[in-house]
Design a protein around this ligand. Sequence first.
Ligand code: 13P
Length: 341
Amino acid sequence: MSIENLEQIAQAMVAPGKGIIAIDESTNTIKKRFDSVGIENTEENRRAYRELLLTTPNLGDHISGAILFDETIRQKTKDGVPFTEVMKKNGIIPGIKVDKGPVPLAGFPGDVITEGLDGLRERLKEYAQLGAQFAKWRAVINITDDNPSSTAIEANAHALARYAALCQEAGIVPMVEPEVVMDGADSTHDLEVSYEVHEAVLRSLFNALYEQNVMLEGTILKISMVIPGKNAPEESQVDAEDVADATVRVLKTTVPATLPGIVFLSGGQEDTQATENLNEINKLGPHPWPVSFSYGRAMQAEALALWAKDIKGNVAAAQKIVLERAKENGEAALGRWKKRA
Ligand code: 13P
């Protein structure tokens, strides 16, 4: 696959007014989401729920791609059609989470490092055959009084860059995702600390991508917003304009203009907050890159809660909510979202 192909996929992922839905929760993570609404974590419930999301009528009007988990990319609709085929028919690019999750970084209490590089070349080959056109690898950066260490930032950036190079070799667009966590128990940091950590993380990441010969033209950045920790004191909380201003500033000083696009994770923000912040960010544009969303919780939470009340009867009603969330976030990706009265 040539760089032109990777570039085309990357550009389609951030087409105007469109973003990505992240439904790549691992079996453990989806268990937490299902537990919170009283759904049993069986393979069939996971399949039925992902079918609901992926077959939402007209989803492709606002959603360019969906990130799947290993189990999901192999699943089919109840009528036997592979999810990846349904997606392509609806104009939704299949993506795949390929990291194996974070583990404690030895020697650095409180820091974590994402695993999953061993055997990745072979796994990417298989995912490409299964229809994946982009991949995701998430690095987790925790903020406490003692974290993150510069070692953790560099180790995670190195792994992200190794992963990205392997993706491009396999003809898959790498979505590189360093998440600066905002909703941990210890997340009491203010906006300024979030800014400083984001700056260090992004500098390290783009240095590492350069060192590993990753072609930025065929890469997408997925990042957290610069925002105070969820458990920060009241006086440290800020409004959407401040989040937007700090986020745009840090991106402009660290992210090369050749990158085809940037998408945000929601990271534990309330649904409307994630939409409003994205909207404010785009109101400050035009930026050197399209800036859109790749939300998991902020796209799904409301629909999942409704579906859980009646998993046979509430499918269409839950899909309506998914489409609404997609439409609103699509508008925010253009800076044209209006708060509902
Ligand atoms: P949230 O939007 O729920 O943070 O999830 C997005 C994601 O893919 C995190 O890796």
